[in-house]
Design a protein around this ligand. Sequence first.
Ligand SMILES: *Cc1c(COP(=O)(O)O)cnc(C)c1O
Length: 352
Amino acid sequence: MPRIEITLSQIRDNARMLCELYGQKGISLMGVSKAVLGEPAIIEAMIQGGVKFIADSRLETIQKMRNAGLSAQFVLLRTALSQAEAVVKSVDISLNTEIETLKQLSYYAKIHHQEHQIILMVELGDLREGILPEDLSQLVRETLALSHITLVGIGCNLACYGGVKPDSRNMHELSKLAQRIEKEFQITLEIVSGGNSANYNWYESTQNIGKVNNLRLGESILLGCETVGRKAIPGLYTSAFQVVAEVIESKRKPSLPWGEIGQDAFGNVPYFRDRGVCQRAIIALGRQDMLISGLRSNSRLEILGSSSDHIILDGHHYDLQVGDEVNFGLDYGGLLAAMTSPFIRKQFVNGT
Ligand SMILES: *Cc1c(COP(=O)(O)O)cnc(C)c1O
C-alpha cells in the first residue's frame, strides 16, 4: 500500500519559525488544518510550534479535532446558515459575511446560553467571500445589535479565486476599514486578519503593516512556501510530507506503443515521443489513489504517464528493482489528495 510519511518535527519547527517571523511585528497566526483534514498529530505539532488558533473550513473537522482533545481556539473559515446550531456548539470564532447567518448564530447561541464570536470578512478584490467595503458599516451596525454575537474582528482573503496579490494597497485598505469601524462604533477590533500564505511577500516588503495583526496559514506551515510564486520561505522545511510507493515492475521496453492507437483508459488519444528502448519502472500508485499532477519528483525521476492503478517512470538514471521504494514530494493539491485518499496510509515519523 502506498503511504504518506509525515515528519511532525518539521511541521512543528515551521510553525515555530513562522510564529517568530510574523510575531516580530505583532502578527498572531491561525494554523489552517483543512489540507490535512485536521489530523490530530499534525495539528498538535502546529500547536507545539506556538499557534494559538486552529482554523478549518469544515465543521466536521473541527469537531474531530475537539474530540481528539486538542486545545486551541477553533475558528470556522466557511459558515453555512444550515449549520448555525452546530457552529455555536463546537466553534469559538466563525468567519461571516451574511446577516441571515449571523441572526441564526445569535438565535442558537442564546438557546445554548453562549456568546458566539465572529469575524466579518471584507471583499478586497479577489471575489471570493466578503462584504463590499461600502456595505461594511451597515453590517457592523446590524451585527452589534444581535444579542449573543461578539464582533471580534474583520478580515480578508486574497489570492484564492481571483489570484489577487496581497499588497500595500489592499492591506492599507483593510487597516483603514478597521480604523473607521473602531471610530464609528467606539469599539476595539481585537483581530484584523490580513490573509493567508500569500501574504508573505507583502509582509517582507512592507514598512508598515498598519492594523493587520493576524494571518491564517496552512500551506506555509505544512509545505514551507508562500503561495504567490510558490517559493520556499528561507529556513522552513519544504518536504515534511513524502509519498512513498513500491516498484512492481522494472523492464527495458520500447517507448512507442505498437498496434493501432485508439483511446486510452481515460478517453484521451495518447501521443508518444520515441526515445528508443528505455528502462521503465512501474509503481503501485495510480489515479484512484492520488492526484498524479500533485506529485513532485525529488530527483531526476520522470513520470511518463499514469493510469488508475499505475505510474510509469523513466528509470533511465536509476537502477530501480522490483520491491524498491520511490519517494515524491507534494504540492498543495497533492497533499490534499494524499491526505483524503483511503488508499494511502498515513505514517508519522519524528525526524530530528
Ligand atoms: C484555506 C484558507 C486559508 C489558508 O490558506 P493557505 O494558502 O493554505 O495559507 C486561509 N483563509 C481562508 C479563509 C481559507 O479558506
